[in-house]
Design a protein. Sequence first.
Lengths: 441, 441
Amino acid sequence: MRRLRFPAGLVAGKLVRDVTIEYDAGLITAVVVGEPTDGTALSGIVAASFVNVHSHAFHRVLRGKTHAQGGDFWSWRDLMYRVAGELYPETYRRLAAGVFAEMLGAGITAVGEFHYLHHAMGGQGYSDPNAMALSLAKAAGDAGIRLTLIDACYLSSDVKGSPLRPEQSRFGDGSAAAWADRVRDLAAAVADEPHVRLGVAAHSVRAVPAKDLPSIRGVADELDVPIHVHVSEQPAENEACLAEHGITPVELLVETGVLGPRSTAIHATHLTDRDIELVAASGAGVCLCPTTERDLADGLGRAEDLVAGGIPLSLGTDSNAVVDMFEEARGIELHDRLRTGKRGVHGAASLLDAATRHGATALDWPEIGSLQPGNAADFIVLDPGSFALTGADSLDAVLFAATRNDVTDVYVGGTQTVAHGRHYGGILPETLGGGLAAVAE
Amino acid sequence: MRRLRFPAGLVAGKLVRDVTIEYDAGLITAVVVGEPTDGTALSGIVAASFVNVHSHAFHRVLRGKTHAQGGDFWSWRDLMYRVAGELYPETYRRLAAGVFAEMLGAGITAVGEFHYLHHAMGGQGYSDPNAMALSLAKAAGDAGIRLTLIDACYLSSDVKGSPLRPEQSRFGDGSAAAWADRVRDLAAAVADEPHVRLGVAAHSVRAVPAKDLPSIRGVADELDVPIHVHVSEQPAENEACLAEHGITPVELLVETGVLGPRSTAIHATHLTDRDIELVAASGAGVCLCPTTERDLADGLGRAEDLVAGGIPLSLGTDSNAVVDMFEEARGIELHDRLRTGKRGVHGAASLLDAATRHGATALDWPEIGSLQPGNAADFIVLDPGSFALTGADSLDAVLFAATRNDVTDVYVGGTQTVAHGRHYGGILPETLGGGLAAVAE
């Protein structure tokens, strides 16, 4: 049993003084607020770790490299496909381990990898058809992060169900049934990995023909895992879906059961009022990715209306051009300010929930995301003496002023993974550099 | 003479290898690119320092403390007035020194303080009527930053010329003539301070009656200094100005000569096409403050159209809720993406110009903002091995990925002011904390 004592902490939606965390065998056994204890005294503000619901680790290669070309979301996607074409199981593992280490350094202890780089170029399977997925699982182990491996079905290149384009060939399993069989094998392969849980996804209404959508939900139910789906990130997706099916992507996904109580809709930027009602009624959550959405010129989503509908919001770093959950969390509020001209739409406690416990639900790690007995001992420490945080005397102040650089220490299941802002276990930025270089070679 | 050799640098709008900076008596004497020299070898990416065109140092007190209340720009302003009411010359100096140190730590070596806290509460003058302004000058000296002290005329509470409200009383000099006399005294008082230059401002069309606007420009011409003005930050200002004068704030400011070749319009968020033509024709620049504009729910400005009109853009941290010129610089582009759905509107080199040399022009420090012989030896060093910058191999990548935390070293006129991310000379975050605490007392 260990007992760590901090001068301050973020507990139950407030910045409070004197927080002691007691943990044993990876689990929190007590959280004492307001009275100094005899635990080991440390400095800093202790808080629950972050949960990053939506990541494509390999997009990290593109950080800062897609700006000069102009264009829009779709031309950016062509660049992204080029990088996707250059990844192999071993380089994918090295790259992802570096990216996961970057996430840990930023206080993220669980990540949802939305994975669709399934096969070799041309679509041929590797000798193990799950080699690429298992590279992600190994990378998470290398880095020491919890992973929800969200295996995405990707069969078509548009809402009409057209065949995959050559640069998309490695995403495809040929049929929903073949995808399901591979996912069942993957479930068995990771069943004994304590740091890995499974999820499934329909990539989007573009990538899975309408007739196959119900079977994706079926596999999620069969395996009892979360189901994620990209929804209405760009107006063009809505237009194409309306033209083909006469209904919006949300309507299609609700009708086919993809959006339901175990579901998370990613982005959900361009929704109608009716879409929002449907998502709310379905029991699904929504994962916003504000830094990516502004990077990709997606537009301003309707976070205020989603919350008003009772929809839980979670957050993802998505393209990993930015890895900073503070920035994502306040991005919900700041984007709503730009859209509405109003301030203070979202309280800091609810923004923090989006970055922590709502994400934990979306990724099937319900035991993380808040500091309470029985939960996993996943927590982070912030430096209150940084220039950014000097003077911060409330949760609001911390949430709106902190950056990833203020995270000095990170614990995963009671194991310290980051100390003084440096990642333990040899996964340093240089390793990330090696991973990036390996892709470029 | 000193000669420092860096493995990389941002020079003339590009990330280049092997940069040597030679300087003597505070001035750059040579910049050698591409060939290793016998200078002292350092690590990192060397770059010109940042210029922060628009700051209200005392707003730093409000960082993270104005979010829970909801409201809008105008209710935020009421909170800000409350802080303004609690500042006195000595606390103002301590606070501003801490804030200026924070700016130096973020790589800013020149700041424009848009100053209107002129007098004691109730509007009585201090025994030295420039005591508050001189507190800023002393604070800049304490911290080691270059200051353009922009003394703002503030006479009325609305566009109709109504008297100041009680909480605005200390901003007012009673008349434009009295303001001008005080500013002439201030010019004499700082004339021998090498780190201080003067500017003047009309606070806004709300705060200076139309009849007095020409005289503000007159003082700028008389003293040969820059003139700044807040313009169209909120739609309500436009509406009130149209109702009172039948023309937009920009039209009024151009007609009265406030916007001209020596002018910088701050924000300029809600402009008409005609406004943009007029600003362009006047020769004025525009200073955007993207992180403040999203914080205050101002809305998305028209940066693309300003640039298309040939208007030079500069940048300010304004409310100092965020002090990160990388974030401001990419904010120009990211806000345009949210507005237009297009990417790559602004090249990285022009975004960097906004954060450096265009700002230097706006603040009358033309000798900083780019690495070239004859310029002041103001430069910064970035850590290319941080998680943020690992893999960054172009100016684009640096500009879109870096944060203030990647600035490790800062030189002002050849004097190292920040080393390893810590500010020299005793102005540490703790001093900022002391300054903040002094205000709260």
